[in-house]
Design a protein around this ligand. Structure first.
Ligand SMILES: N[C@@H](CCC(=O)N[C@@H](CS)C(=O)NCC(=O)O)C(=O)O
Length: 346
């Protein structure tokens, strides 16, 4: 009898210990970055210094763009308001230090996911929000219609601290063409130099060429050559070491892409709560508990869709309707011939 009582006691002791450890583990899941963001009341987001369609501020300082929307989605999920974002414009050269030093908590700035950046001690890429590749722009009156016409001594304007510089080198070296790089830190300096005729070609991501040409004196005086010389998967980056924050940013982006796949939009999201489809119900929070993993309520994803829209809405608003890149190309859903394919939110 005594023995049974003793073993019962130790069973309860072990059970209570496991219970305490379990709850602590759950609490620890709430990340430091998430806690700080909730305390501050805004998401700290590093963006470009002005790239129409991706991250660009108007005269009153309102930021819009496909990259901006990733940070707005996180703000909607975490703070209930997509407007609660502090944007920090960063040049290509300074962007990673701003993230690792803790000045910003998300870097969403046409940044290419590469091995050396991802494997860097301080950085983690969370996904791709725009599949791109590097291209070249030339003046129409140069008569050049293909990179195969490039000659020795060609001068090329570009940005410091980018994959662009490295790919350009690889390209010209592999073709055996001598070239003169003309590089600046600020993107606007690059555009101004090319526009003023200081170089024969301007090279960057094709999305960047399309966006920056809108700033040129005569956008129609230039053409983007057909060749694509690299892969530039562009996406948001977070600091390494906070896996809950990393997951939260990743799934905020994925929710936007999956919402498009399931036909959930900013205007029909509420009515989708009573859908027959369990996957749609999970995305709008009327079934399952997908927010719990981040320590968030169940409407976190509904808020993203309602306040920011699905990926297609964001693309249309920022990139297609602004005339930057009307055709989605590879950035179309996998169900429609593109390569946008994300893991299922379930
Ligand atoms: N995707 C490339 C290039 C990124 C980049 O900084 N491109 C320039 C040229 S489009 C740019 O974003 N400029 C905009 C700005 O700095 O505001 C990378 O990650 O290195």
């Amino acid at each position: 009898m005594k023995k049974t009582f003793k073993s019962l006691l130790s069973f309860f002791a072990v059970f209570s210990l496991l219970f305490v450890l379990g709850t602590e583990a759950m609490a620890a899941k709430k990340s430091k970055t998430l806690k700080n963001t909730q305390k501050k009341g805004f998401v700290r987001c590093g963006v470009s210094q002005g790239l129409p369609g991706f991250s660009n501020a108007d005269a009153s300082g309102n930021w819009t763009g496909l990259d901006v929307d990733v940070c707005r989605a996180v703000a909607a999920a975490v703070l209930g308001d997509a407007g609660k974002v502090k944007f920090t414009p960063l040049s290509a050269k300074e962007r990673f230090t701003a993230l690792t030093s803790g000045e910003v908590d998300i870097l969403s700035r046409n940044t290419t996911w590469t091995l050396s950046r991802d494997a860097d001690i301080g950085l983690t890429f969370v996904g791709v929000n725009f599949y791109d590749g590097q291209g070249f722009m030339v003046r129409k009156d140069s008569g050049i219609t293909s990179t195969s016409q490039f000659k020795n001594g060609i001068s090329a304007c570009t940005n410091i601290g980018t994959t662009t510089e490295l790919n350009m080198r690889d390209f010209f070296v592999s073709k055996g063409i001598s070239y003169e790089p003309v590089a600046f830190e600020k993107a606007d300096e690059v555009v101004a130099a090319y526009d003023a005729g200081r170089c024969d070609t301007y090279t960057t991501d094709k999305s960047g060429l399309a966006a920056q040409r809108t700033k040129m004196k005569d956008p129609n005086a230039h053409i983007v050559l057909p060749e694509t010389i690299s892969k530039e998967p562009l996406g948001p980056v977070v600091r390494q070491g906070d896996s809950v924050w990393e997951d939260l940013v990743r799934w905020s982006l994925y929710v936007m892409i999956e919402a498009e796949e399931y036909g959930i939009t900013s205007s029909n999201a509420d009515s989708m709560k009573t859908s027959e489809n369990p996957q749609i119900k999970r995305l709008v929070g009327s079934e399952g508990e997908l927010g719990a993993a981040f320590g968030l309520d169940n409407e976190w994803s509904l808020r993203i869709i309602k306040q920011v829209g699905n990926y297609g809405e964001s693309y249309k608003r920022n990139i297609a309707d602004t005339g930057i890149l009307p055709d989605r190309g590879p950035n179309e859903l996998w169900t429609k011939g593109g390569i946008l394919y994300v893991a299922p939110a379930r």
